[in-house]
Design a protein around this ligand. Structure first.
Ligand code: BGC
Length: 822
């Protein structure tokens, strides 16, 4: 059957083009790269915030509303009796033409109705605290058009959480000011706040509204605001209730004529002693200055060109040409873009994350790092320091921290025993990319307490030690509250539906339940740590050489011991066990009735190559194919849990096939894929990879999959689900970084290392010759690979025509040509 299509890729412009506004789910994009951020759906829904989606929310949004995706930046155009929006919503007046182009940090929405075209370009200019909305109105008809234009934004009272609940206060606090074509939102500015927002348009206005009920009407909706329907603004001045910002502009367009309007949603902070220009009147100096920087089409176009140039640069660092468009567009455009968005937003704000629940994750952020470290190393460096600053002296750490304060999040606390290892993962990736070993000498505090600083290297050391010092009865790592799988809660034992599985104080003392996922992670990061110590030793002099060599030997011993423990007590015959529960019983074993096999330990123990020499790796990978794989990817566990298990916690609370209970948790598929590549099984690696590669499933699943076809989602319903293949939790997921890491380093095989670039692809037999252009530190490599039907194994490499020993091209600045024969 022909699938209905909602859009398509436009690779040349690096856009996804949505041609039907009624997508199976709002398909969104992200604006902003540093401080000011926005979410925008294909119908212009969404909201903006400054740095922190919880504590500094600028515009209001209602999640999971009826209808879906309610609230956003809306332009209403009243042309005679017809009222319409360029993005179709909220009026839903049928359009003569609709198109939404989601691009790199911008979105362009175009609608046409009765001979008028309205096109809006949304973006956040670099280094500026505002969202630009450039609206172009064009009269394509043969008659003069007199249009009434209304803009609309609804202010959030800053704290997105209390905004939704503390109405006894909120309905009395709202305050605004109006000055010319600018509407200022200054709620709570009088007391502890030193910030306000504004909504401006670079044209004279003929009216405005700032009070929501007056504009919309208490019994009307965003789809038919009274002021718009009657074509009459009320010039309302909000006091309390719900402040909004709406401009009213009368526009006359001759046939063929077009006019631009630059709308600006801005955010300003003032010094405490410069808050007011007169009693109760906010100091607007900075707002005026910001407006002046963007008050013409030319200025806005220039700012937009700068944004596009930034993306040209970011996407110029790793570029592949395989001749396979579906692969190339994911590698060159969308996967890298998603990594950057995930870096910026961590897991805070999407259509599945409300922006109030979660800060930045310790493990999440370390993993996200491998997705963008090649593009913005200085920000990766800062991120590592921020993360490490939330660690405790014993190597444990806060599970999350708030981006605005950079402080550990007390609500969730610590005790997730995989967390510390991820610091090694992130830091090693940073040093390999940049060669900047000096980061290890940075003085970094514990729990952000001044005076507690030790070097970052010391943080890495205690991270490793944290695992070694927390081993259980089988000498495997204790799991604590949970490992990567937040939902495998082996010390929680909860019968109370109001308890959170993650934050409720562990009932058991946590001295028994052990994790094979952490075991594998420890071996992988332990080997990395040993290699790092050797790299440091080779760069050191005097006593330091011995110090690093001794440290390497100490950790190698711990790694060897862990390998031995896994071989002895972590192997189930055909696959690696998942864990031991509090009572010392096996989890993820053939002996269990349900969930006999789990993906996490297969992924990490095969990445660690534990027991490869005894055939364990190959067997584990085969078992993944046999028991976990299905049409849409590999499920997390099999068979799914059909009942709640008190000793296991949240994992068994999900219906079969969803989320951590046998969903296809895309994040961990790449672990097995990397295991496949290390084992040299290129065909299998590729088959798994293609199943969760958005561009590969794009056409097949536009309706089934539901969520954005240009990015990965966290979870696709698994084979036991009611609707296998349905995607959820799109955009903000570790999947982005893992997909990138997998394809860039393990499949295409271009791997940064301390002394150069290691080349070690693992490909399907059918792979053709391909070229990767890779900027690396001060060098630029043009690497052409000739697979010759091989899945793995580099036969020879030449660098600028001269043969290279081994698989590492030694680093040297400048342009180089590399030929690789497999
Ligand atoms: C979290 C990760 C976690 C994963 C599996 C995600 O939602 O962000 O930290 O590892 O779920 O539970």
């Amino acid at each position: 059957m022909e699938q209905k299509r909602y859009g398509h890729f436009d690779d040349q412009h690096r856009e996804y083009v949505i041609t039907d506004p009624q997508t199976p789910w709002p398909w969104i994009n992200y604006l902003g790269n540093e401080d000011f951020f926005s979410l925008i759906s294909n119908t212009a829904g969404g909201y903006s915030f400054y740095k922190d989606a919880k504590f500094r929310r600028i515009t209001r949004y209602r999640y999971n509303n009826v209808p879906m995706d309610n609230g956003g930046r809306y332009f209403y155009i009243k042309d005679g009796e017809t009222v319409w929006n360029p993005g179709w919503k909220p009026c839903k007046t049928p359009l003569d033409f609709y198109e939404c182009r989601h691009g790199m940090s911008y979105t362009r929405i175009t609608g046409k109705k009765n001979g008028v075209e309205a096109s809006v370009l949304f973006f956040v200019p670099l280094k500026k605290w505002c969202e630009v909305q450039k609206l172009t109105l064009k009269n394509e008809s043969s008659e003069t058009k007199s249009l009434k234009l209304f803009s609309f934004e609804e202010w959030c009272l800053w704290n997105a959480a209390t905004d939704m609940e503390n109405f006894q206060r909120n309905f009395s606090t709202g305050e605004v000011e109006i000055e010319g074509s600018t509407i200022y939102h200054k709620t709570e500015y009088r007391e502890r706040r030193n910030h306000y927002a504004f909504y401006h348009v670079n044209a004279p206005i003929q009216g405005f509204d700032t009070d929501r009920e007056t504009f919309v009407g208490l019994y009307n909706a965003f789809a038919d605001p009274q002021a718009v329907m009657e074509g009459k603004p009320r010039n309302s001045h909000a006091h309390g209730w719900s402040p909004i910002a709406s401009h009213y502009i009368e526009v006359t367009l001759k046939p063929g004529e077009s006019k631009d309007f630059v709308f600006l949603l801005g955010y300003i902070e003032n010094e405490q002693d410069e808050k007011f220009e007169a009693p109760q009147v906010i100091n607007k100096k900075k707002a005026h200055a910001l407006i002046a920087e963007l008050d013409t089409t030319e200025k806005v176009d220039k700012a937009f060109a700068e944004l596009c140039a930034l993306w040209d640069n970011l996407l110029n660092i790793y570029k592949v040409k395989t001749g396979n468009d579906k692969l190339d567009r994911m590698v060159n455009i969308w996967n890298q873009y998603q990594c950057m968005v995930t870096f910026n937003f961590s897991r805070s704000a999407s259509f599945f994350e409300s922006g109030v629940g979660r800060g930045m994750g310790f493990r999440d952020s370390n993993q996200d790092l491998v997705g963008f470290v090649h593009q913005i190393p200085p920000r990766a460096r800062q991120r590592i320091i921020d993360i490490a600053s939330t660690q405790f002296p014993d190597g444990g750490c806060y599970h999350q921290y708030q981006p605005l304060t950079k402080r550990g999040n007390n609500d969730i606390g610590g005790g997730f025993n995989d967390d510390p290892c991820w610091l090694i993962f992130g830091t090693v990736a940073y040093i390999k990319e940049t060669g900047d070993f000096s980061i290890l000498d940075e003085m970094v505090p514990f729990d952000n307490q001044p005076g507690t600083e030790v070097t970052l290297f010391e943080h890495l050391k205690i991270s490793m030690n944290h695992v070694i010092e927390n081993l259980g009865p089988h000498l495997l790592p204790l799991i604590g509250r949970a490992d990567w799988n937040d939902c495998l809660n082996l010390n929680c034992f909860s019968w109370d539906p109001n308890e959170s599985f993650q934050t409720t104080e562990n009932v058991s003392e946590g001295t028994k339940a052990e994790s094979l996922m952490i075991a594998g992670l420890f071996v992988v990061t332990g080997k990395d740590y040993v290699a790092l110590c050797h790299a440091l030793a080779s760069r050191a002099c005097g006593d330091a050489i011995a110090t690093y060599t001794t440290e390497a030997a100490r950790m190698q011993k711990a790694v060897d011991a862990m390998i031995a423990a896994v071989k002895k007590d972590g192997w189930d015959g055909e696959w690696y066990l998942r864990a031991y529960d509090f009572y010392g019983r096996k989890i993820g074993s053939n002996e269990n009735d349900e969930a006999k096999i789990f993906i996490e330990s297969q992924g990490w123990c095969t990445m660690a190559e534990i027991g490869a020499e005894d055939g364990m790796v190959a067997k584990s990978l085969d078992s993944c194919k046999k028991y976990l794989e299905c049409e849409h990817g590999m499920v997390l566990n099999n068979p799914a849990f059909s009942k709640y298990i008190y000793e296991y916690g949240e994992i068994s609370s999900y219906p079969e096939g969803y989320k951590e209970n046998a969903g296809i948790f895309c994040h961990n598929n790449p672990w097995v894929i990397i295991g496949e590549t290390l084992a040299g099984r290129g065909n299998d690696a590729w088959a798994h990879y293609a199943k969760i590669l958005p561009s590969y499933v794009e056409e097949k699943y536009q309706t089934l999959h539901k969520v954005e076809p240009y990015v990965n989602c966290q979870m696709v319903a698994g084979k036991d689900a009611f609707k296998p293949g349905e995607g959820k939790n799109s955009w903000l997921t570790g999947t982005a970084a893992w997909m990138w890491y997998t394809v860039s380093e393990f499949i295409l095989g271009i791997k940064p290392d301390y002394d150069g670039i290691r080349i070690d692809p693992c490909l399907p037999e059918t792979a053709n010759d391909y070229t990767v252009n890779r900027k690396f530190r001060e060098a630029e490599y043009e690497i052409t690979i000739h697979p010759n039907g091989a899945q793995k194994g580099v036969k020879s490499i030449t660098l600028d025509g001269k043969p290279v020993e081994g698989t590492v091209i030694p680093y040297s600045a400048g342009k180089h040509v590399v030929e690789v024969t497999m």
